[in-house]
Design a protein around this ligand. Structure first.
Ligand code: PLP
Length: 393
C-alpha cells in the first residue's frame, strides 16, 4: 500500500505526495514501472480532459513543436486569435486573454476588476467571494480563497476581499457596500468539497450585480470546458458572468488559462496594462484548439452527461449499501461523495486495487474521470470502490 512520502530529496516539501509514480498513461489508465495499471479518476485534478496520450492531442502537439513552440506577444499569433474566437463564440463573452495557470488567470481577473472601476473614476474595489471557495495560491488569489488554511503564515495579505456563506442571499446582500466591485464564485465549488450553488442563488446574484453595477466573475477553472456536461457550468443555470476564468482542462495537459470578459470590461486592459511572456503561446493554443475540436468531434458533452448519470446512480447504490457514504453530489464528471470518515481510508486501498481518487474539502471523495471515460470504465471504478468499501465496513 502506498503512503505519503517523506523521503528526503532535492524538492521542496510543499506537497504531501503519495509514494506512487507513473511511467505513462493511455486513455483513462496510467501505468507504473512494474506495469501495474490504475484507472485514473483524478485526471491530474481535472486537467487530462481527453485522458492520457489522446492521438489527436499528441499529433497536434508534435506537429506544432515542429512548426513553432513559442512566439512573443510582441507579434500577432494566429493560433491565439483562433482560440479566442472559439472561446468567445462558446461563452457568449466578447474577448479573451491567455495566461498559464488558474491562479494566474484569476489574478488577472482581480486586476481587471480594479482597473475597470478605476477607469470609471469609481472607488469600488472590493471583491466578495464565498466561504470554502478556492481561487489559487498567489497572494491575491489565496486572499480571495474562502479558506483560512491557505492563508496561514502569508500575511500581510492584499486588501479588498470579503467572504460570505454560499447560497445565503441575505448574507450577500448585507455584505454589499459602496466599496463592493465584484462577486466571484465557482458555480460548483470543487476543491472546497463539491458544493453546488443553487440555481435560485445564482439567478439572484446576477440580479444583485445588475442592480448595484457590480461585475460577476465565474471561476470555472475546474468546472469549465465540458467538465460539468456543458461547455461551462453556468449554462446549466442560464446565468452569464461578466468575467469568466478557465484553465485546468482547457489544454488537456498543456498549461494554459483563459480570461474572458465582455467588451466593456475587457477594454480596461489597454496596451501595457497586463501581460504574460508565455501566455497564449502557439503550443498551448494549438493544444487547446485540439481539445475543443475533440470535444465536438467525439460528442464528449453527451458522454459526460451519460457517464455522470451512470456514476451518480452507481454511487447512490453504494450509499445505500455502506453507511460511510453520507451524500452523493456534483455535476457532470465532477462528483463528490461525502463520507463520515477520512477520505484517505478509501483513497489508499483504492490505489492498491488500481483506482486513483482524490479528496476535496473535509471528508469528501472526489471523482474526476477523463471526459472520454467509457461506460465499462465507470463500472470498473465502481466495482473497485464497492470491494474496498466492503472490506472496510
Ligand atoms: C485549480 C483551481 C484554481 C487554481 O489553478 P492553478 O492552475 O492551480 O493555479 C483556481 N480556481 C479553481 C476553481 C480551481 O479548481
Amino acid at each position: 500500500m502506498s503512503s505519503v512520502s517523506n523521503s528526503p530529496h532535492s524538492l521542496f516539501s510543499n506537497y504531501a505526495r503519495f509514494d506512487l509514480s507513473f511511467t505513462h498513461g493511455q486513455g483513462c489508465f496510467v501505468y507504473d514501472k512494474d506495469g501495474k495499471s490504475y484507472l485514473d479518476f483524478v485526471s491530474g485534478i481535472a486537467v487530462n480532459a481527453l485522458g492520457h496520450s489522446h492521438p489527436a492531442l499528441v499529433k497536434a502537439i508534435c506537429e506544432q513543436a515542429q512548426e513553432m513552440l513559442h512566439c512573443s506577444n510582441l507579434y500577432r499569433i494566429p493560433l491565439q486569435e483562433s482560440l479566442a474566437d472559439r472561446l468567445v463564440s462558446l461563452s457568449g463573452l466578447d474577448a479573451a486573454l491567455f495566461c498559464n495557470s488558474g491562479a494566474e488567470v484569476n489574478e488577472a481577473a482581480i486586476k481587471l476588476v480594479r482597473k475597470y472601476f478605476f477607469d470609471q473614476d469609481s472607488t469600488r474595489r472590493t471583491i466578495i467571494t464565498a466561504e470554502k471557495s478556492f481561487h489559487g495560491r498567489t497572494l491575491a488569489t489565496l486572499t480571495a480563497t474562502g479558506q483560512d488554511k491557505v492563508k496561514h503564515g502569508f500575511a500581510p495579505l492584499p486588501k479588498g476581499f470579503n467572504h460570505v456563506t454560499l447560497n445565503d442571499l441575505s448574507a450577500l446582500e448585507a455584505a454589499i457596500d459602496s466599496d463592493t466591485a465584484a462577486i466571484m464564485l465557482e458555480p460548483l465549488q470543487a476543491e472546497g468539497g463539491v458544493h453546488e450553488c443553487t440555481a435560485d442563488y445564482l439567478v439572484a446574484v446576477r440580479a444583485l450585480c445588475d442592480k448595484h453595477g457590480l461585475l460577476l466573475i465565474f471561476d470555472e477553472i475546474q468546472t469549465g470546458i465540458a467538465r460539468c456536461g456543458e461547455w461551462f457550468a453556468y449554462e446549466i443555470y442560464d446565468v452569464k458572468p461578466d468575467i469568466l476564468t478557465l484553465a485546468k482542462g482547457l489544454g488537456g495537459g498543456v498549461p494554459i488559462g483563459a480570461l474572458l470578459a465582455s467588451t466593456d470590461v475587457a477594454k480596461s486592459f489597454n496596451a501595457g496594462t497586463h501581460g504574460s511572456t508565455f501566455g497564449g503561446n502557439p503550443l498551448s493554443c494549438r493544444a487547446a484548439l485540439t481539445v475543443l475540436d475533440t470535444i465536438v468531434n467525439e460528442n464528449i458533452l453527451a458522454n459526460v452527461q451519460e457517464r455522470s448519470e451512470q456514476l451518480k446512480a452507481g454511487l447512490l447504490v453504494l450509499q445505500n449499501k455502506y453507511t460511510c457514504i453520507t451524500q452523493v453530489r456534483g455535476l457532470g464528471l465532477l462528483i463528490g461523495c461525502a463520507l463520515n470518515r477520512p477520505t484517505l481510508d478509501i483513497i489508499y486501498p483504492c490505489q492498491a486495487a488500481g483506482l486513483l481518487l482524490v479528496g476535496a474539502g473535509a471528508n469528501v471523495l472526489r471523482f474526476l474521470p477523463p471526459l472520454i471515460v467509457s461506460a465499462a470504465e465507470i463500472e470498473q471504478g465502481l466495482a473497485i470502490l464497492d470491494n474496498v468499501l466492503g472490506e472496510l465496513d
